[in-house]
Design a protein around this ligand. Structure first.
Ligand SMILES: Cc1cc2nc3c(=O)[nH]c(=O)nc-3n(C[C@H](O)[C@H](O)[C@H](O)COP(=O)(O)OP(=O)(O)OC[C@H]3O[C@@H](n4cnc5c(N)ncnc54)[C@H](O)[C@@H]3O)c2cc1C
Length: 413
């Protein structure tokens, strides 16, 4: 059977490894951390995944936490006015529910499953020089190492990467004790709180190492009032800052958060990165080729919560391309066409995410405002998080947005 090496045991690497393993491939998975180190380590994401991405996990029967993780049935939007009052407040219903399973729980669990099923798990932080050797001993080497150092092997695609610098400073806190959402206490939703000119606060439920929790996630415009987390090492100081900013900019969310405490000492994260699309094929010094997967080749800002979704979609697409290729060599032509097939989906995510990082044009403000009165608009916006290609139909161009709103009635008929 064909031998495949996957470097990086995250969303895409693990999903692909388990998928290939189930098809009888001889898979080696290289991780720079053990399952226990991941489980006891720092949170890595907010990892909210929508229906299509979750379905890929169900198809592989690796949706081990589905019954325990909160079901996220809606996506809400609030917009802060100049006095920090809430000027817009609505929630759209998702056609299929979303879920967030702490990557510490999921990656550690999937790694153990991979090993229990006979997969070869190697704990080693791979360097470019290792890959040179491995590209000669494996039929295919996939680099699924996220935003780590190995991305330097893949050249930046400037035409597809409009931003050279980070567009948001990120600050995440996992908490217990958040009060019920008064707007719709009967169901869970992700809430996007937009603070114009300042940034965004996302609030969502998750399943973490200690059970159900909520995540408070600030995305701050660099240099602005939310860009204050760099250098904060003490987790309780990180949480205190998060809450102070909530009180100042989103008091309606702060009102629910007065009794929260961190889930654990590793329940905070801060950082920033520039959204970047890269050339998918890495050329090694010895002449071998490797193919980049998910964040290695397309890393978007988490403002739209798409990276894990895209990693799942990438793993699914690459799995099909590998299986369909049979016994033929995994050459440069195949690598490029495998990426191009994934990019046909990913390009919509990148376009929408990059658009959301800029100041919204008037027709987008109109759409967000109209969703407060027209439930079908709220629902369509919410379901765009599952399939961002739909935004082509009504979001980017003022004419299409206007025609869409003109043709809709409050009942959606
Ligand atoms: C603050 C924040 C919030 C986010 N929120 C969301 C969200 O709500 N929804 C969503 O869909 N996405 C979200 N994302 C993005 C999402 O987490 C990532 O895009 C996704 O995990 C990428 O999957 P991946 O498989 O490409 O890489 P990863 O999941 O990052 O996995 C890469 C793995 O490779 C390992 N590795 C790195 N270098 C090496 C090496 N040299 N050798 C061996 N192993 C190596 C790493 O340790 C890691 O385990 C968020 C990201 C951040 C930072």
């Amino acid at each position: 059977m064909r031998k495949i090496l996957i470097v990086g045991a995250g969303q895409s690497g693990l999903q692909l490894a388990l998928g290939l393993q189930a098809q009888g491939y001889e898979v080696t998975l290289m991780s720079n951390r053990t399952a226990d180190e991941i489980r006891a380590g720092r949170v890595m994401s907010t990892q909210c995944m929508f229906h299509t991405a979750l379905q890929h996990e169900r198809d592989l029967q690796i949706n081990f936490w589905e019954s325990q993780a909160p079901r996220i049935e809606g996506l809400g939007v609030s917009v802060a006015g100049p006095e920090s009052q809430r000027v817009i407040d609505w929630v759209g219903k998702l056609d299929g529910y979303a879920q967030s399973v702490d990557q510490r729980v999921k990656f550690a669990g999937w790694m153990e499953t991979f090993a229990q099923r006979g997969g070869q798990l190697v704990i080693h932080g791979a360097a470019v020089s290792d890959l040179d050797y491995f590209s000669r001993t494996y039929d295919l080497v996939l680099v699924a190492a996220g935003k780590g150092e190995l991305v330097s092997m893949f050249g930046r695609d400037a035409a597809r990467s409009p931003y050279a610098e980070p567009q948001r400073a990120l600050a995440v806190s996992y908490v217990h004790g958040l009060g019920t959402r008064p707007e719709h206490p009967d169901f869970d939703a992700v809430r996007c709180n937009l603070v114009p000119g300042v940034g965004e606060l996302f609030v969502m439920p998750t399943l973490t190492t200690s059970g159900r929790a909520d995540i408070l996630f600030w995305e701050g415009i660099p240099g602005g009032p939310l860009d204050v987390f760099q250098g904060v090492k003490d987790p309780s100081e990180h949480l205190a800052l998060t809450l102070e900013l909530m009180e100042r900019f989103t008091p309606w969310e702060y009102a629910r958060a007065t009794k929260v405490e961190l889930t654990d000492a590793n329940g905070t994260l801060s950082g920033r990165y520039a959204p970047t699309v890269r050339n998918p094929i890495g050329r090694l010094p010895g002449g071998g080729l490797v193919l980049g997967v998910a964040d290695v080749v397309v890393a978007n800002d988490p403002i739209t919560g798409q990276g894990s979704n895209s990693a799942s979609k990438c793993a699914d697409s690459y799995l099909s391309s590998i299986i369909e290729h049979g016994d033929r060599p995994f050459d440069e032509t195949w690598m490029q066409s495998t990426f191009d097939r994934y990019w046909s989906t990913a390009q919509h995510v990148t376009k929408w995410t990059n658009a959301m990082l800029g100041a919204p044009p008037e027709h987008v403000l109109n759409l967000i405002g109209a969703a407060g009165d027209l439930q079908p608009v709220a629902n369509r916006f919410a379901n765009g998080f599952n399939d961002p290609s739909d935004f082509e139909e009504f979001f980017y161009e003022p004419e299409k947005a206007g025609a869409y709103l003109a043709g809709i009635s409050p009942s959606g008929v």
